[in-house]
Design a protein around this ligand. Structure first.
Ligand code: GLC
Length: 741
């Protein structure tokens, strides 16, 4: 009988007045049994003890072999527990957008289970484009429920590597080019996951900003760029998000692999930031026992996968044990790892109070759809082609492979086996009617088709012929999850849209005056046809309910409110990562040097006065918004103050809509070079037609500091600053001078 049941039966018993004495005797008997039984539980299992007490006790009971066993994998996606002590094994799973299908014990193959078809949530670029921290919490909570239900203790995500180059194959898994945006969104996502008793695993720490030669490339970057651009989202995830685990990246940083890197793991992560969780290696990223052991790695995963069942030969297995036995490595090094691993266990696998989770539920599909709808970006709508109302046209032609392509598969470790995926064509047919909607591929990514010019020509001519007869054309193209597009382990080979899409788009624009262009991608791309295109939507990998979300935006049932989380350069060489020679991307002789330094994304375009195709933070709506009474609460601030930016925002149109007001800050005369302006605050506001709201965005003055590599620390200078209140990094509505004394 559970404690709760016992209490109810005792309450009922008590209500019988005549049993009062008996009740009191029974109550105390039950109480003492409880206390006695708690006393008898070994400390490490006794939940009345603190986690730290329980860790120390468990550690004292373990042999050196049992401790070493916990520092490495026992299968492709799990690490050892302790069978003697009843400490479960640690079960891990990808990925950031949904719970990956079960993988076989000792291979990369799918285990073909029949109970692991999940909810696919939108890619994290879409979440970033929503600029909505509350939605990020809902995302993490739902994803954590699915991980919990699937019996996973560690979810291998989110990824927060900064979008430095549009060629990086994995940008779709990350949250864009700005460290402040990534920082604000990563915290609620982590909290949402971990409230389920599942550890988030913040990745890939650090400087994994390209996939080209990812296993070996050495990254050289200044301390300023390291601390101002590439580390903030990790630091915030640790210090505010309290993330329970971190994944070390494949690449090297200043000569050492990230999972064997004293500066990154021991000095910055564990000592300076106070990280108390476990560092888990990326799969197969360890190659030296002593460096991994001494420089801060805690759990080695995915090594030696070319051999069957090689777990005892892992660098942190037998070789590590031998160095401990010989005294070459002190046992304290091992104990620190095991303390962190046990802490991870007590927070997850041994946490009796964690919920049971849920899987592929209607609530999760609803969350997935809401993120999708809030992340889609209306880039251009000159002729108000969008929204396309139901019944407005009799013949709507859908052109493009991405209208029908399944996009939750592929892409690498973030691949998913989904309960459902509604394609754009299916949803558009449902919405507008099968008699209104017709479709033609226009282009194909199928190698059997797209290599032959004759096939491409026939696909294009068919599309053009049908477009000439349609009232309106909706083009749905972009990138996909194939190699050298938006996928892991390889970068893109061109900044252009693949499969001759530019020629197809030009042809459609020339044959029909009404062409709405919808592009699905996780990266920016060239738009040579931009001046002829009046209406463009940037969509993302939207997951299970992609089609419905997109159809709701196209039809106007949902008003788009997404904002670009990264800039769209007109041409590749306009981007900071490509404005220098090959040593700056993809690197030469095994080393890539970030010569753009702190000027990443809009910071670069501002500094070099280059106009991007579409700027960071840009996104239109089917309504429009006006700001008034824009001011700050003071003119002069102390170093420990909070700047309050106040304004009224009004929905000037006739449709419910949301706007993201962004606050950028500039310093007038910094002692070191600084970006012209940097995002330091934002707020998404939803307003009914004609509704007005008073908004206050708070910015701690401390957040205006810059990293002074001469002083190895953050510096906030007394100076004049400007607070820019904006609708995008280019569209500043008002700039307010303030000073910091
Ligand atoms: C992959 C990825 C990492 C993933 C891991 C396990 O190589 O880099 O993000 O979580 O291996 O699949």
């Amino acid at each position: 009988m559970s404690i709760a049941e016992r209490k109810i039966s005792v309450e009922l018993f008590y209500q019988e007045k005549r049993h009062r004495l008996t009740y009191i005797i029974v109550f105390f008997a039950v109480f003492f049994v409880d206390v006695y039984s708690q006393i008898n539980i070994p400390i490490y299992l006794n939940e009345t003890k603190t986690i730290e007490e329980r860790i120390e006790h468990a550690l004292s009971l373990m042999s050196i072999e049992e401790k070493v066993a916990m520092c490495h994998a026992q299968s492709r996606f799990s690490s050892n527990g302790n069978p003697e002590l009843g400490i479960p094994e640690l079960k891990m799973s990808d990925g950031p957008h949904g719970i990956r299908m079960e993988i076989k014990w000792d291979s990369w193959e799918q285990a073909d289970w029949t109970n692991d078809s999940c909810t696919a949530f939108p890619a994290l670029t879409c979440l970033a484009a929503s600029f909505n921290p509350d939605l990020s919490f809902s995302y993490g909570k739902a994803l954590g429920e699915e991980a919990r239900y699937r019996g996973k203790d560690v979810l291998l995500g989110p990824g927060v590597n900064i979008y430095r180059t549009p060629m990086n194959g994995r940008n779709f898994e990350y949250m864009g080019e700005d460290p402040y945006l990534s920082s604000r969104l990563v915290v609620p996502y982590i909290k949402g996951i971990q409230m389920n008793g599942v550890a988030a695993c913040l990745k890939h720490f650090a400087l994994n900003n390209q996939e080209d030669k990812r296993l070996t490339i050495n990254v050289e970057v200044s301390d300023r760029a390291l601390h101002e651009i590439y580390l903030p989202a990790f630091k915030t995830g640790v210090q505010e998000g309290k993330v329970w685990s971190i994944m070390g990246a494949y690449n090297k940083f200043r000569g050492d692999y990230c999972n064997q890197n004293d500066l990154l793991l021991n000095q910055i992560l564990k000592k300076n930031w106070g990280f108390d969780g476990a560092v888990i290696s990326d799969w197969g990223s360890v190659n030296n026992t002593k460096k991994a052991a001494l420089n801060g790695l805690d759990i080695e995963m995915g090594s030696l996968t070319q051999y069957k069942n090689a777990y005892n030969n892992f660098y942190l297995a037998e070789p590590f044990l031998n160095m401990l036995r010989s005294g070459e490595i002190p046992v304290e090094v091992l104990d620190d790892k095991v303390r962190r691993i046990l802490r991870l266990h007590f927070r997850t696998s041994m946490n009796r109070n964690r919920p049971f989770g849920s899987f592929s539920t209607k609530e999760h599909f609803a969350v997935s759809q809401q993120i999708a709808e809030e992340g889609v970006v209306l880039l251009k709508n000159k002729t108000n082609l969008f929204p396309i109302k139901k019944g407005q046209y009799k013949k709507i032609l859908i052109v493009g492979e991405n209208a029908t392509k399944i996009l939750t598969v592929g892409g690498g470790s973030s691949e998913l086996k989904v309960k459902k995926e509604i394609t754009p064509l299916k949803a558009l047919s449902n919405k507008y009617g099968k008699d209104v909607i017709s479709h033609t591929l226009g282009y194909s990514s199928d190698p059997a088709l797209c290599q032959k010019a004759s096939t491409q020509d026939s696909l294009i001519s068919k599309a053009v012929e049908m477009a000439g007869l349609a009232d309106v054309v909706i083009y749905i193209g972009g990138l996909n999850k194939d190699k050298n597009q938006d996928t892991e382990a390889a970068d893109r080979l061109s900044y252009d849209l693949p499969f001759n899409q530019n020629r197809l788009i030009e042809s459609l624009l020339s044959i029909n005056k009404k062409v709405g262009i919808v592009l699905i991608s996780g990266n920016a791309y060239a738009m040579p046809w931009i001046n002829k295109a009046s209406s463009i939507i940037q969509s993302w990998y939207l997951g299970s309910v992609a089609g419905d979300a997109l159809a709701n935006i196209i039809s106007g049932e949902v008003n788009p409110s997404g904002k670009l989380p990264f800039s769209f350069p007109v041409k590749l060489e306009d981007s900071g990562a490509h404005a220098h020679d090959e040593s700056s991307y993809p690197g030469v002789n095994g080393t890539v040097t970030y010569k753009d330094d702190i000027l990443v994304g809009y910071r670069w375009f501002d500094a070099k006065r280059i106009k991007p195709q579409f700027p960071f933070g840009h996104g239109l709506s089917y309504t429009n918004f006006g700001l008034s009474n824009v001011k700050t609460n003071k003119k002069e601030y102390g170093v420990n103050d909070t700047i309050k930016v106040l304004f009224d925002i009004k929905n000037l149109g006739y449709l419910l809509g949301s706007e993201v007001v962004q606050i950028y800050v500039s310093q007038e005369s910094p002692s070191l070079m600084r970006p012209i302006k940097e995002l330091k605050g934002f707020k998404k506001v939803s307003l009914s037609p004609k509704e007005s709201q008073k908004i206050c965005i708070e910015i701690p003055t401390k957040s205006l500091a810059f990293y002074d590599d001469g002083k190895n620390g953050w510096v906030l200078e007394k100076d004049k600053y400007y607070v820019h209140v904006a609708f995008s990094s280019e569209n500043v509505i008002k700039s307010i001078p303030i000073s910091i004394e």
